[in-house]
Design a protein around this ligand. Sequence first.
Ligand code: SAM
Length: 261
Amino acid sequence: MSDENGHKSQVIGQFTQQAESYARLTGSMAGGEGQAVFSVLVQARPGDVVLDVCCGPGTMALDMAPYVAHVTGLDLTPAMLDQARAAQVKRGVDNVAWREGDVYALPFADGAFSLVMSTAAFHHMTNPRAAFAELVRVCRPGGRIALRDVTPEADKSAAYDRMEILRDPSHTHALTRAEMAALGEGLPVGAPALHASVAADLPLEAILAASFPEACSIAELRAMFHEDARSGEDRLGFKARLIGEEIRVSYRQTTAIWVKQ
Ligand SMILES: C[S@@+](CC[C@H](N)C(=O)[O-])C[C@H]1O[C@@H](n2cnc3c(N)ncnc32)[C@H](O)[C@@H]1O
């Protein structure tokens, strides 16, 4: 099996296990401020035909649906798409369709969408430049390509990746903001508009409930976060804080928006 196919199996394995708990975690943020801000930042319009790449359980796609004409959510992991279909029925949204597929070979014609988005997914890419080039290909001239992902500070990047790979072996590398901004170089897009934000402040236990580590136990992960929170030094890059008995973590994220030329 090639490294690329090995990694895809790793992604499907992880997200099949994570599907239910991840859907619960992101479903609790559905319709929240983070999603609303995203729709405003990308200037979602009633005529937009949207592709949400790596849509997972469909929370962002379903949140985007009321603002646009149609959304297609694409993901590699069938179990995630099952969660997305269930959420669609529960939320009574009818202008969204789901498609199984791979970001590196999107099953759509050039310029098929006016808005192409992907959130919380590029840190699973083995080749983010090739993946981004596919997002650009399926966007029509004048359309927007929007990425949102965790972007650790450059000096925390290696520590963050080490911890995330332990927690979720399908993690590859969380781009820094500068690396994200550089994705469009050499492609037919303008300079990106960059928006910094801190993703929801989450209890560590909610994240551990959606974690399936292979090289260590959940108890060992918990102990590492406890030690980091007690040190006050943020050596793991998660801004882990002890509040009473609870550890809370937060993520520095960036939304980058390009216009296709
Ligand atoms: C952390 S989830 C993010 C889901 C959703 N976008 C969100 O914001 O909550 C990452 C998703 O990326 C998908 N994924 C990873 N690699 C992929 C690839 N090569 N092609 C398509 N989907 C992929 C996984 O199956 C998973 O559902």
